[in-house]
Write a protein that binds this ligand. Sequence first.
Ligand SMILES: N[C@@H](CCC(=O)N[C@@H](CS)C(=O)NCC(=O)O)C(=O)O
Length: 211
Amino acid sequence: MKLYTYFRSSAAYRARIALNLKGLPYEMVSIHLTKDGGYQRKPDFRAINPHMRVPALEVSGGEILTQSLAIIEYLDEIHPEPPLLPADALERAKVRAIAQIIACDIHPLNNLVALQYLKRELKHAQPEIDAWYHHWVIEGFNAIEAMIGPGPYTCGAQVTLADICLVPQVANARRLKVPLDHYPKIVAADAACLKLPAFDKARPENQPDAE
Ligand SMILES: N[C@@H](CCC(=O)N[C@@H](CS)C(=O)NCC(=O)O)C(=O)O
């Protein structure tokens, strides 16, 4: 498999964690999201993902999958061990709820393309953009902190899709200096995950294209 990725992309980070947890080998193709106006916008990559975002995963047979959650659920269906979603429907819905707070409610408001639009088109100053970024992380993390149970992971004793989404979002929050003091359960789940090689290997700083 071939993963189109960028070391700093939290959505690509999710896909890297899932591939590592499944123990699947993959080649990485780095798509620099800021150099020369962003390689995601060049015709070569546009032909791979018309949405011009990473991750994209080329699977055997040459099909391209996009959207990190779709990629992760595909991998989980094709390679069921270890499962990334609980067997119980109620527990599965709880895992998906946390994953979706991050992937659907926090990240789209805070990803590169949204922040660039605030700056370049709407002419907001950097402190306003930083305040915007912090606001949506805090809103989402307040909810997730209240939803996390005993641990050690986000949804209990097993690593799930919720952890796969949480860890990259915590990394982004730290990079953008969002204070995490009010989120001891989030910080603990993040630390527990990062002890696992699959998560550690997927960290931005451990990628071949890290700067
Ligand atoms: N919902 C998508 C989000 C993908 C996404 O927005 N990726 C960002 C990096 S984290 C990207 O490629 N941005 C390109 C840009 O900002 O131009 C997913 O989960 O895969």
